[in-house]
Design a protein around this ligand. Structure first.
Ligand SMILES: Nc1nc2c(c(=O)[nH]1)N[C@H]1C(S)=C(S)[C@@H](COP(=O)(O)OP(=O)(O)OC[C@H]3O[C@@H](n4cnc5c(=O)[nH]c(N)nc54)[C@H](O)[C@@H]3O)O[C@H]1N2
Ligand SMILES: Nc1nc2c(c(=O)[nH]1)N[C@H]1C(S)=C(S)[C@@H](COP(=O)(O)OP(=O)(O)OC[C@H]3O[C@@H](n4cnc5c(=O)[nH]c(N)nc54)[C@H](O)[C@@H]3O)O[C@H]1N2
Ligand code: SF4
Ligand SMILES: [Mo]
Length: 733
């Protein structure tokens, strides 16, 4: 364990303390720099933001400010556990998890799990083993390194990690080639900020002070979101667009600004490809047509277009909210084109940010070692299974008949699929299969551990070392281990290294230490510096000393502000910003953005039976399903816990009043919630929150309603394209 700054001070009069530099590893754009104060007994006694980090500037969100409640929670899984003989899988042991499992040693656990995986691989082929992980930690090692090596060497199926950002990511790359965006700190220079499908206050709080600074200097904030988030409530204007209609709005804005000659011809000529084709398409999207889809008045569309095109600098914070609809890929493509038409990228404080992750060129090959698949029994990389269709993969046993065996073993880590995956009922049916072997590496007894054969104890970011980039800023940060792992908790790197050795994999890379792997991620060269593009000035020792180091593009922002997409060539086929996509044309897809209403929307046949559009939302004080088990965090969400928010008119027409129990249902499932009237919702739109299913009296969560249908680009999840009906619960037969 290496201390970042080990200044010894008196604490409580007796004990020595030191502060260690860590990084919040939760799946959040901010990747906060954290200082953990540890007392002489090795216990973390304080967690705070590191004031020296230029973006996260010394404060933490409400969830992580209470992180010690999580690390030291009485419910932590501290030891390897095996399901007791005779205890069936499923929700019936909820609340009695410690009785359903028995404690075993790590040796027993590793032996038993590796033996079972080997037997399943021998019998059904290695692709019958499916890893299931997402972003429990976004540390570079914890997210994907030793685990990938292990599963490649095994020949297991590969998971297509599409549940979050793939639609938007692919869409952005079709337009710009690479996920870059304006520097977060530069939002303070903007005069107009559009937060489009971006709950800044809830999900990206460290951008908020920069927005506030801009507003103190005269900037206006406009929020485009069907839901009145706190961000929207605090904005100068909230445009409550109907879900899934952003493509139409973006094209409508283009229509107006092109009609009025407000585009930047010089920028368009220099930097873009396909302008004439896009302009022709945009001509079809008159404000009147767009108003009919979006529910936004034509005059408001015109005003927004003029304001956006004539205010400089104009900043767009586009987040992943818009791409959780069936047409979400196209929505991101269309919105991303707006700053290309107005030339907003040219001005510091202008442009857009969806993600900054494309700037971090980690050495993924060294970390993940896809070459190890050649040594697997399969002799090649395993087939790919889309994580959004887990229910399908586990229940339709011939689903993969064409490309491999059914899934017989599921290895879950960094994720809680029995809460977060769409079509929850299908997922749970799959997890209940008696012939499915399930291992879960976790910090807590989640919804998913209810279905596990083995539960293995995982560390938190205070208990392991990692290196991290960000998708909301341009700093590389080292996260140092602050405390000894509680109980027998172990990191992802340790677990998969150990399992590989039990499987008899001879490759030396399975014995790499975290520090060696950080060197590999940075591709440290002979002179001690990283050889990754944009990181050449970074050494491990400097990271240890400073905690955070800006990427080269952001090393001296005052002298050389980063203005992405202002010079070429870009990483697109044409080398330019692609308003017309040759890639899509070649795939026989629409090369231009065009509006198609989602199948699950008010315009579809299904809406006759299920007329309400549901937003199955995240919580400001949880991280997806993380924190939902902690009483302090639940208290912070008490207002909306297990509520169904509904417009008063939609409620009245169903005889529903505030506080009534309501049944929310569709063909996939049903859940009982409590009605909460919300006049800020567009008519026909309802909202509910993601929660642990086991927190609900009937063991359900909103994902009983969401579908496994995939987005138009990137095969992503469509949580925000869900049709339901609502009735008073007493009306049930
Ligand atoms: N506190 C907190 N922070 C988080 C998370 C969390 O759960 N809690 N999750 C993290 C994760 S995993 C991610 S991916 C990021 C996501 O960050 P965001 O992209 O901000 O995530 P969402 O909350 O999914 O969506 C943002 C907003 O989009 C709106 N929206 C839904 N449908 C539409 C639509 O059709 N059009 C438009 N214009 N808006 C729409 C939603 O109402 C929501 O308020 O946040 C991260 N940060
Ligand atoms: N209805 C609905 N569903 C959604 C969303 C939504 O907005 N609405 N959002 C979707 C989105 S954007 C995302 S990204 C996904 C998120 O889905 P997940 O990535 O599954 O997110 P979490 O719910 O945060 O669960 C992460 C789990 O990893 C565990 N964990 C944390 N650190 C470690 C570690 O170091 N090792 C191991 N082994 N485990 C660890 C945590 O304890 C936690 O239980 O959810 C999706 N599901
Ligand atoms: S969840 Fe996000 S805002 Fe909160 S501490 Fe972590 S990185 Fe920072
Ligand atoms: Mo996400």
């Amino acid at each position: 364990m290496v201390a970042f700054s080990s200044h010894v001070q008196p604490y409580n009069g007796f004990m020595a303390v030191h502060a260690i530099h860590a990084v919040c590893s939760h799946d959040c754009p901010d990747s906060c720099a954290v200082l953990v104060t540890v007392n002489a007994e090795g216990r973390a006694v304080k967690i705070a933001g590191d004031p020296s980090q230029p973006v996260t500037r010394g404060f933490l969100c409400g969830k992580v400010a209470r992180y010690l409640d999580r690390v030291y929670a009485p419910g932590r899984v501290l030891y390897p556990m095996r399901r007791r003989p005779g205890i069936a899988k499923g929700p019936q042991s909820r609340g009695r998890e410690h009785e359903a499992f028995e404690r075993i040693s790590w040796d027993e656990a590793l032996d038993a799990v590796s033996a079972r995986l080997r037997a399943i691989s021998d019998r059904y082929g290695p692709e019958s083993i499916l890893p299931y992980s997402y972003a429990g930690t976004i540390g570079v090692l914890g997210y994907g390194s030793m685990d990938r090596r292990f599963f490649h060497r095994l020949g297991a199926s590969r998971l297509d990690r599409t549940i979050c950002s793939e639609a938007g990511g692919q869409a952005w790359n079709l337009v710009y080639g690479k996920k870059l965006g304006m520097a977060t700190e530069d939002f303070r220079l903007a005069k107009l900020i559009l937060a489009w499908g971006a709950n800044v206050h809830g999900n990206n709080i460290h951008l908020w002070p920069f927005i506030e600074e801009a507003r103190r200097n005269g900037a206006r904030l406009v929020v485009i979101d069907p839901y009145r988030t706190r961000t929207a409530a605090l904005a100068d204007r909230h445009i409550a667009i109907r879900p899934g209609t952003d493509v139409a709005l973006a094209l409508g804005l283009m229509h107006v600004l092109l009609n009025e000659g407000l585009e930047d011809r010089a920028y368009i000529a220099a930097m873009t490809h396909g302008f004439e084709q896009l302009a022709a398409r945009a001509r079809e999207y008159t404000p009147e047509r767009v108003a009919a889809w979006t529910g936004i008045a034509p005059s408001e569309i015109e005003q927004l277009a003029r304001e956006y095109a004539t205010t400089r600098p104009a900043a767009l914070r586009l987040n992943y909210g818009v791409q959780r609809c069936e047409n979400g890929g196209t929505a991101v493509r269309a919105i991303a084109m707006l700053p290309a038409l107005t030339g907003a990228w040219k001005h510091r404080g202008g442009g857009a940010q969806l993600s900054t992750s494309g700037a971090f060129a980690w050495d993924k090959n060294a970390l993940e070692r896809p070459d190890l698949a050649l040594a697997s029994p399969l002799g090649r990389l395993g087939r790919v299974v889309n994580m959004c269709a887990l229910g399908h993969a586990l229940t339709q046993l011939d689903a993969h008949a064409g490309d491999g065996p059914p899934v017989h073993a599921l290895f879950v880590y960094n994720s809680n699929p029995a809460a977060v995956a769409p079509n929850h009922n299908a997922v749970c049916r799959g997890l209940l299969r008696p012939d499915l072997f399930t291992v879960v590496h976790e910090q807590f007894f989640t919804d998913t551990t209810d279905y596990a054969d083995f539960v293995l104890p995982a560390t938190t970011f205070l208990e392991h070392t990692d290196v991290q980039g960000a998708y909301g800023h341009y700093f590389v940060q080292l996260s140092q281990q602050a405390i000894e792992p509680r109980g027998e908790t172990r990191s992802n790197v340790w677990l998969f290294g150990q399992l590989a050795q039990r499987m008899g994999f001879p490759e030396a890379c399975f014995r790499d230490t975290p520090e060696e792997m950080i060197h590999q991620a940075l591709a440290i060269g002979p002179d001690g510096r990283s050889t990754n593009p944009g990181m050449e000035h970074i050494t491990f020792e400097d990271l240890e000393r400073q905690g955070h180091i800006a990427l080269a593009i952001h090393a001296d922002p005052e002298a050389h502000p980063f203005l992405p997409y202002t010079s070429g060539p870009l990483a697109t086929p044409s080398g330019k910003i692609e308003l017309y996509s040759q890639t899509l044309a070649a795939a026989s897809l629409d090369a231009l953005p065009g509006f198609n209403p989602p199948i699950e929307s008010r315009w579809s046949e299904t809406a006759k039976k299920y007329p309400l559009e549901l937003l199955a939302r995240k919580n400001d004080n949880y991280m997806n399903s993380t924190f939902a088990n902690l009483p302090g965090h639940r208290q912070m969400e008490a207002r909306t816990n297990q509520k169904l928010e509904i417009h008063p008119q939609d409620a009245a027409s169903r005889g529903v009043a505030e506080g009534d129990p309501v049944r929310v249902s569709n063909d996939r499932g049903a859940i009982e919630l409590t009605a909460m009237l919300n006049a800020h919702l567009p008519l026909g739109v309802v909202a509910a929150r993601l929660d642990w299913a086991k927190q609900h009296p009937a063991g359900a969560n909103v994902n009983v309603l969401t579908s496994e249908r995939l987005t138009d680009l990137g095969a992503g999840a469509t949580f925000y394209s869900t049709l339901v009906e609502v009735e008073k619960a007493e009306n049930r037969e």
